[in-house]
Design a protein around this ligand. Structure first.
Ligand SMILES: Cc1ncc(COP(=O)(O)O)c(C=O)c1O
Length: 438
């Protein structure tokens, strides 16, 4: 049922005249009648063009961890830009931020980027430059950015397109991708030690990097099985492969030190973005000194006109200073646990088979009677239509998770217990209506 009001509909019509599909990222298009047009945000809420308020569980696909328009972060940016925005030269704020990232995460050196895509793209180059090898191991369902090397078999894949489990076919997610990029990839299912071991026995000496989202932040927050990340670490050491944790979604969100801290496994290179800047465009590549010191003129190239700009670095520094107090994590744990438990209870009471996946600050709801999926292939045979129907009803009622269940529910520390209670009440209504076929 279309639920956009007249002003939103009119604004979306205008948008379609000047931007393909009316959006500036394909991921933001829902459909003709339901694609949101948002006018503003504050704390945990956003408002559409018709003034309808939504509790925001998308948070722009994760970044807005402290809530929209956070006063301290905004103030820090406003003050910083009084002294200029960009110098193409090292600046004290860049250094202070790098020291903060190092202190919080345990990486040894840092370079900046402007987006997650840019950060992972550079991390792959660094791994290739450091090892002198070309192939990259990537796991199905993982998304590392919009560039050609990595845009294969991401969460948007159809089961029939990705080939047999034992020998996955790289599935390009866009027209226009050069075929030759396929040859640089080895695609494997997540959480499968046996297939990884087999691939390494064959290709181990050619592999520059294994890049992995430590939990499947683009497939309903599917968790790594116990020992999986440790296995990746061990195999990378054995074959001289660079282990890259893509922490664009998990970094500074699931723990101050991200997945490295949460799961207790250290990578060689780590990419950060999203929660690092509370919505401001900032990203970083962190890593071991031994590798990162090769990023220099004449060796491994890294650059960007806007890297380390004042808007990005001041926003990130202000965000990390608030996060490092620990208070936002206590809050995320509290409200996240209450929300997960409440949703679980409602679905159990209504007799709808499901599993809750992920962690309180980014969790998924998967409709299945087969237990938690462990990879993209298992997710794709769950009941994704049920998720979408319930999510759409929720959005009509002022609670906005992404309608695509692969996208986790992202929580902000600005969320109150009242917001949780509101969400659960709407969730219960939505589930009951769904069951009645309304
Ligand atoms: C794990 C992961 N890596 C990389 C990216 C790309 O980040 P960006 O959209 O900032 O380019 C994303 C985006 O969602 C992501 O989830």
């Amino acid at each position: 049922m279309p639920f956009n009001g007249p002003k939103t509909v009119e604004m979306f019509r205008k948008a379609q005249e000047v931007m393909p599909a009316g959006v500036t990222s394909n991921f933001r298009y829902w459909d003709e009648d339901e694609t949101p047009v948002i006018s503003r945000g504050k704390g945990p809420y956003i408002w559409d063009m018709d003034g309808n308020r939504y509790i925001d569980y998308r948070l722009a696909f994760g970044p807005v961890i402290l809530g929209h328009a956070h006063p301290e972060v905004n103030k820090a940016v406003a003050e910083a830009i009084e002294n200029g925005v960009l110098f193409a030269a090292t600046h004290p704020l860049e250094i202070e931020l790098a020291e903060k990232i190092i202190q919080i995460t345990g990486v040894e050196m840092v370079r900046y980027a402007n987006s997650g895509s840019e950060a992972t793209m550079h991390a792959l180059r660094i791994a290739r430059g450091y090892t002198g090898r070309e192939k990259i191991i990537k796991f199905e369902g993982q998304y590392h950015g919009m560039y050609d090397y990595m845009l294969y078999s991401t969460a948007g894949s159809k089961l029939e397109k990705i080939g047999p489990r034992e020998n996955p076919t790289p599935y390009p997610q866009s027209l226009g991708m050069p075929k030759c990029t396929e040859d640089l990839l080895i695609l494997l299912p997540f959480n499968d030690k046996e297939l990884l071991d087999k691939a390494l026995k064959k290709h181990g000496e050619e592999v520059a990097a294994i890049i992995v989202e430590p939990m499947l932040g683009n497939v309903a927050s599917i968790m790594p099985e116990p020992g999986w990340l440790e296995f990746l670490r061990q195999k990378c050491d054995e074959y001289g492969i660079v282990l890259i944790f893509d922490e664009v979604k998990t970094g500074f969100r699931i723990a101050p030190g991200g997945a490295q801290e949460y799961f207790g496994v250290k990578a060689d290179l780590v990419t950060y973005a999203k929660s690092m800047g509370n919505g401001f465009p900032v990203a970083a590549i962190g890593g071991k000194k031994e590798i990162m010191t090769h990023v220099r003129y004449g060796e491994i190239a890294h650059g960007g006109t806007y890297t380390g700009n004042m808007v990005a670095t001041s926003a990130a520094l202000a965000t990390l200073k608030i996060l490092e107090t620990g208070e936002p994590y206590r809050r995320l744990e509290e409200v996240g646990k209450a929300l997960m438990a409440g949703i679980d209870q409602i679905l159990t009471d209504e007799g709808i088979p499901h599993v809750m996946t992920g962690v309180p600050s980014m969790f998924g709801i998967v409709f299945t009677d087969k237990g938690a999926p462990k990879d993209l292939r298992e997710y794709l045979v769950t009941n994704t239509d049920t998720y979408e129907s319930i999510a759409m009803k929720l959005i009509e009622k002022g609670v906005m998770p992404d309608p695509d269940g692969r996208e986790p529910w992202f929580l902000t520390s600005a969320l109150s217990q009242e917001d949780v209670a509101f969400t659960l009440a709407r969730f219960e209504e939505a589930v009951k209506e769904f069951k009645q076929g309304r």
